[in-house]
Write a protein that binds this ligand. Structure first.
Ligand code: HEM
Ligand SMILES: *[C@@H]1O[C@H](CO)[C@@H](O)[C@H](O)[C@H]1NC(C)=O
Ligand SMILES: *[C@@H]1O[C@H](CO)[C@@H](O)[C@H](O)[C@H]1NC(C)=O
Ligand SMILES: *[C@@H]1O[C@H](CO)[C@@H](O)[C@H](O)[C@H]1NC(C)=O
Ligand SMILES: *[C@@H]1O[C@H](CO)[C@@H](O)[C@H](O)[C@H]1NC(C)=O
Ligand SMILES: CC(=O)N[C@H]1CO[C@H](CO)[C@@H](O)[C@@H]1O
Length: 317
């Protein structure tokens, strides 16, 4: 056994090298300081204006960032349109709720005018995801920048996104593959303090009378909104009763058996995740601090150095 002959420190180092799935490019908070100092202001103003016109925008942009980072890393692959030869991530099955791409495209168009060929679409999305959290009364954090945009986007790869039916073990594994730990899983799931879900993502669960983890009054309400023979494709439920305010109610709801997805409620059934849910339900400040830290980690997933700065976010150069 070769490992025995090297020091524990070296063994740990080798382990890290083989386990971390992506190389981390060096991102920095002041990446555009010289080349495009106005980038973040342009993005903030565009996202804010769009959110005033359409209050669904913040939740959609937060989810967009998560989906982008989980497939091929944070490389804006989700923003690419399908072509005649290729069906892109955007058109993969989970795209039903991933919308409002126009907001990122608008911000990018304005940035291209101010500083051509400088700011990547992946960075625009990372900054927008921070801004929508902050403008929903959540935490703010300095976004690290310097990502490049990828050239590949495949619809079938969206199968690797975690499912709302997953148990804690499967969720933990899915996050671990991206270098994210159990705390990151529980923390980032708190993104479900914002937004809305269609019936199809939770309907089977609430019609299951033998699931003891669901609050019965909550299930009854949802069954009315999502009857078994549901004809309304737009029907669904808000993920949190304060669905446009970023707060820790998501965790309080889970404790009360009112998690919308099986994957939310699963976090209170597993000893590895349960105590973290408790701590965030008790302490919103702690949740905010951890959310900021985990979003920075999410933003590091699969960052690429050999990509391009896309001119238009929906097409490769
Ligand atoms: C842990 C695994 C996760 C699963 C299984 C999951 C699953 C889902 C599903 C099924 C929906 C609703 C889709 C629909 O039917 O319309 C949804 C919505 C949403 N998710 Fe997640 N999600 C996860 C993690 C995350 C993370 C990490 C974030 C961000 C930090 C996030 C942010 C959101 C937001 C904001 C919405 C609402 C979107 C809208 O209102 O349009 N989710 N999620
Ligand atoms: C604000 O957003 C609306 C709706 O998307 C758009 O019509 C309008 O031109 C925007 N205004 C500015 C100043 O960006
Ligand atoms: C997606 O399809 C391509 C071929 O079109 C295949 O090579 C690849 O393995 C598939 N990926 C997944 C995750 O199914
Ligand atoms: C979790 O889900 C996976 C995939 O569906 C399954 O194989 C596994 O047995 C489940 N684990 C537990 C503890 O229920
Ligand atoms: C219903 O819930 C029970 C208890 O959690 C579970 O064993 C069963 O697999 C569920 N059935 C369906 C169809 O989801
Ligand atoms: C596969 C799939 O669901 N594709 C849809 C993605 O979303 C657009 C519009 O939001 C639909 O037109 C596609 O059919």
């Amino acid at each position: 056994m070769a490992v025995i002959s090297i020091s524990p420190f070296a063994a740990a180092f080798v382990l890290v090298l083989t386990v971390v799935p992506f190389t981390e490019a060096a991102l920095s908070a002041d990446y555009y300081h010289q080349t495009c100092p106005q980038a973040e202001t342009i993005i903030y103003q565009t996202v804010r204006n769009a959110s005033i016109y359409d209050p669904k925008v913040p939740a959609r942009l937060l989810r967009m960032f998560f989906h982008d980072c989980f497939i091929r890393g944070c490389d804006a692959s989700l923003l690419l349109d399908s072509t005649t030869k290729n069906k892109a991530e955007k058109d993969g099955p989970p795209n039903i709720s991933v919308r409002s791409f126009y907001v990122i495209d608008d911000a990018k168009t304005k940035i291209e005018k101010a500083c051509p060929h400088t700011v990547s679409c992946a960075d625009v999305l990372a900054i927008a995801a921070r801004d929508v959290v902050a403008m929903s009364q959540g935490p703010w954090w300095p976004v690290l920048k310097g990502r490049k945009d990828g050239r590949v986007s495949k619809a079938n790869e969206t199968i690797n996104l975690p499912s709302p039916f997953s148990n804690a073990t499967t969720l933990i594994q899915s996050f671990a593959k991206r270098g994210l730990d159990v705390k990151d899983l529980v923390t980032l799931s708190g993104g479900h303090t914002l937004g809305f879900s269609h019936c199809s993502s939770f309907s089977a669960r609430i019609h299951n009378a033998s699931d003891p983890s669901i609050n019965s009054e909550f299930a009854m309400n949802l069954k009315k909104k999502c009857p078994l023979k549901n004809k309304d494709r737009n029907a669904g439920e808000f993920l949190d009763s304060t669905s446009s305010k970023f707060d820790n109610d998501y965790y309080k709801n889970i404790i009360a058996g009112k998690g919308v997805f099986g994957s939310d409620q699963a976090l209170y059934k597993d000893t590895r995740t349960k105590s973290i849910v408790d701590s965030f339900a008790k302490d919103e400040k702690l949740f905010f601090k951890e959310f900021a830290a985990s979003m920075v980690k999410l933003g590091n997933v699969g960052v690429i150095e050999d990509g391009e700065i896309r001119v238009k976010c929906s097409v490769v150069n």
